[in-house]
Design a protein around this ligand. Structure first.
Ligand code: NAD
Length: 460
């Protein structure tokens, strides 16, 4: 386990560079072995992971299984597909290049820096690490200091299962991140807020280091009239209040057709009660806010609009009840920043074009949700809005499909990962063209006299 002192950081980077240069991480057998080791790390320490998440976020065991330990699906997927991903791929050549052959070789980048957030503090480190290992890299991990138990556990486990010249954890706060960012890496994978994303990109630019930025934003959830009301209410309630709303792809606000709004509110009220009981403070299935700063921020957000469900808070426990707010104005603070907590504002629309115009007036979100079985409406939302991803008639589930690249666009991020996209993110695709010696046409060589007309014919 390392704490962030500059000389220690520089030392570990130097050791990883040396290890990378041995070529060991490029061996497919080595990568498979390490992916299996990572899976073992997770499976052998399930109870410690559950405990750490409980201490940091009061995360229910079920949610830790589903959203943190469940990340081993990504490891299985990488193990299953690694051989095919690492194969050089043939590329076609034009007929007049008949003596050539072309191939694209994926090669690892080198030493990767992974900076994680606090909301899914285990999985959002392990998941990118799967890609870094699969693609044949070394990695330095900086977990979030705001989830200290998980950070400590990650540091202990990684140092137990992997040599630090291959994978190492550097624990510490903002200064540690800043020290790390001064160094040259071959790729930086950052998950966090848009504001810090800009700082990371600026630091990376000094070394011309490529970045993947997995950021957040306000993900809208549109509810049309053509729905199964009960299913819609359950899927929204689950997606919004899992991890007490501290999910980057949680529906941030509802855009509801005014004809269905009263029925939807009734259904949401019933569902919240079904999920968390009469008093969610007593439910073992509802998490808490990460720290006092975020608790205070969220407590301010419920001061505007009309609370129609929930609204109870308890500062000692950092508890905020599942809360729904009506009569929200676009200028209220709750509509000016990513909520990232268990508060769901409702905005009504009469015509879908109003909803589309509102979405398009905001920065591009990480996720967009539409509840409607109207295919024409689905198509117009897909065509007329832009977002990192879309999930129709459900929430959050898009993140669990390894064949779907996950990432943002515009303010919600740069690049993507999961499944093959993770392998691609941490690989360089090297183009290789090969000629043979059995023929050497001289149409391109000087002297060029009388060759221009032939060239023109070839090009056209
Ligand atoms: P954050 O941006 O505050 O912090 C993330 C990391 O950045 C931490 O490890 C922290 O140490 C480091 N950091 C903080 N200040 C820094 C600075 N000045 N210089 C360098 N590094 C610094 O994010 P957070 O609060 O941990 O997470 C919440 C945000 O992350 C939300 O916006 C959420 O939407 C987003 N998020 C995105 C995804 C995704 O996959 N796209 C997933 C989870 C969270």
């Amino acid at each position: 386990m390392l704490t962030g002192e500059l000389s220690k950081i520089q030392d570990i980077i130097a050791k990883q560079r040396k290890f990378f240069q041995t070529g060991k991480t490029k061996e497919i057998a080595f990568r498979l072995e390490q992916l299996k080791m990572l899976k073992q790390l997770v499976l052998e320490n399930e109870s410690a992971i559950i405990q750490a998440l409980n201490q940091d976020l009061h995360k229910p065991e079920f949610e830790t299984y589903a959203t943190e330990i469940g990340g081993i699906k990504e490891i299985n997927y990488a193990i299953k597909n690694l051989k095919s991903w690492t194969q050089p791929k043939k590329a076609p050549v034009p007929a007049d290049f008949f003596t050539y052959s072309a191939r694209i070789y994926p090669e690892p980048l080198g030493v990767i820096l992974i900076i994680g957030p606090w909301n899914y503090p285990f999985n959002l480190i392990i998941s990118p690490l799967v890609g870094a290992i699969a693609a044949g890299n070394c990695a330095i991990i900086k977990p979030s200091e705001l989830a200290p138990h998980t950070s400590k556990l990650l540091a202990e486990l990684i140092s137990k299962y992997f040599p630090s010249e291959y994978i190492a954890v550097v624990e510490g706060g903002v200064e540690t991140s800043q020290q790390l960012l001064q160094e040259k890496f071959d790729h930086i994978f950052f998950t966090g807020g848009t504001a810090i994303g800009k700082i990371v990109m600026e630091a990376a630019a000094k070394h011309l280091t490529p970045v993947t930025l997995e950021l957040g934003g306000k993900s809208p959830c549109i509810v049309d009239t053509e729905i199964n009301l009960e299913h819609t209410a359950r899927r929204i309630t689950w997606g919004k209040f899992i991890n007490a709303g501290q999910t980057c792809v949680a529906p941030d606000y509802l855009l509801v057709n005014r004809k269905i709004k009263p029925d939807l509110i009734t259904a949401l009220r019933k569902t919240i009660k079904e999920f968390y009981g009469d008093n969610p403070a007593n439910s073992p299935d509802f998490a808490r806010i990460i720290n006092q700063k975020h608790f205070t921020r969220l407590s301010q957000l419920i001061k505007h609009g009309e609370i129609i469900i929930g609204g109870d808070i308890n500062p000692e426990e950092r508890y905020i009840a599942p809360t729904i707010i009506d009569r929200v104005s676009l200028t209220d603070p709750i509509m000016q920043e990513e909520i990232f907590g268990p508060i769901l504002p409702i905005i009504e629309y009469t015509d879908i074009q109003e909803a589309i115009a509102l979405i398009n007036s905001q920065p591009k979100p990480l996720a967009l949700y539409l509840f409607s079985h109207n295919k024409n409406l689905q198509q117009s939302i897909l065509k007329e809005t832009s977002s990192g991803g879309v999930c129709l008639n459900d929430t959050i589930m898009q993140v669990g499909i390894s064949s779907l690249p996950f990432g943002g666009v515009g303010n919600s991020g740069i690049g993507s990962y999961h499944g093959k996209a993770s392998f691609d993110t941490f690989s360089h695709y090297k183009s290789v063209l090969k000629n043979t010696f059995w023929l050497d046409l001289n149409w391109r060589y000087a002297p060029y006299k009388d060759k221009l007309s032939l060239l023109k014919r070839i090009i056209k």
